[in-house]
Design a protein around this ligand. Structure first.
Ligand SMILES: [Zn+2]
Length: 339
């Protein structure tokens, strides 16, 4: 029995493959092996002999098993091609990154859904606009400061009619385009990208998005605007929102007003977002100036309507508590992935 340990060492030295190893295992642990035969003899021994021989045989069996396992492990290490054969099923799976809409696109779609539910149509227009639709048709005087280099980027090339071109400074440029093609009554929203020649900071961008709403009919008045705006903001912020109008001036509306909404964060009680006033300024609006109707080809004093515009980024910032408008175009995936 003592020789077994020595012999197995010698036999294992010659083992080169797992098949060789299996042959050695059968020789030493198989049913017909010397060890198995001796283990069977235990049954025929006297209790005294069994008490002496049993633990010895067990120790030898354990030694053989351990030696075979060690050899097997060593063989697997050398014959295994880790690069080709490794499959670690305990590793967590690789997750394919799934994209989603940009937070601005998501916000635009949300805004569109609310207006569509109130019976509005969606209109569209070009991002590169001529001076007529961006300024003249909206009753901007020729010397209006908004036409200045400080507000608009102008393209160096003109179109085939010799008109000056610019990336539109507001979505209001689509108003007259739409009115030339359609007869009231109608209610539309115009979502789109706009461009301003101005320095950027946490609340200003050179490129951002706007929503224009235009409602034209026989007896449209300021109360309609106030009701629709209130319905829209209450739905968008999912809480009751109040609207406050302040007199203002825009060339394409008369009367014109800036409008504020009650702060959705503190519900009008006063907080840091609304600078303790309970109100947040969100956009401009007014009754469509009759001059604009005339420029669109409508009869003067025949229709009445209201127009209003607001920034999409501004609303998204309020809803999701984002403190820097530049994050939207930063391309920073840590920001984008939160939506
Ligand atoms: Zn507040």
């Amino acid at each position: 029995m003592e020789n077994i340990a020595k012999n197995i060492e010698k036999d294992l030295d010659e083992v080169r493959s797992l098949e060789d190893l299996e042959r050695v295992r059968i020789t030493y642990l198989g049913r017909k092996s010397f060890l198995s035969e001796n283990l069977r003899l235990l049954g025929k021994m006297t209790p005294e002999e069994r008490k002496e021989q049993g633990p010895k045989l067990q120790a030898i069996k354990e030694h053989i098993t351990r030696t075979l396992d060690e050899k097997k492990y060593a063989l697997e290490q050398t014959s295994f091609d880790w690069k080709k054969d490794a499959l670690d099923i305990s590793l967590p799976g690789k997750k394919s990154p799934i994209g989603h809409f940009h937070p601005i696109t998501q916000t635009i779609r949300e805004i569109e859904d609310i207006f569509i539910s109130m019976g509005f149509d969606i209109a569209d227009g070009p991002e590169i606009e001529n001076e007529f639709y961006n300024f003249d048709a909206l009753n901007f005087p020729k010397n209006h400061p908004a036409r200045d280099m400080q507000d608009a980027y102008w393209l160096s090339e003109k179109n085939e009619k010799g008109e000056k071109l610019l990336p539109r400074t507001h979505t209001s440029s689509v108003q007259v385009r739409y009115m030339q093609e359609n007869t009231p009554p109608f209610r539309i929203i115009i979502p789109g990208k706009i461009f301003r020649h101005e320095p950027t900071d946490a609340s200003h961008e050179h490129t951002f998005h706007q929503f224009e709403a235009l409602v034209v009919g026989d007896d449209v008045n300021v109360a309609h605007f106030k009701y629709i705006a209130q319905e829209f903001f209450s739905s968008f912020f999912d809480t009751a929102i109040e609207i406050r109008l302040r007199p203002s001036f825009f060339p394409f509306t008369e009367p014109s007003f800036e409008f504020d909404i009650s702060c959705a964060v503190c519900e009008g009680k006063g907080c840091s977002v609304c600078k303790r006033t309970g109100w947040i300024e969100v956009g401009g609006a007014g009754m469509v100036n009759q001059e604009v109707f005339v420029l669109a080809g409508y009869k003067e004093n025949f229709y009445r309507g209201f127009a209003w515009g607001f920034g999409v980024e501004r609303l998204a910032m309020m809803k999701y508590k984002i403190d820097d408008i530049r994050l939207f175009h930063s391309g920073d995936l840590r920001f984008i992935r939160q939506f």
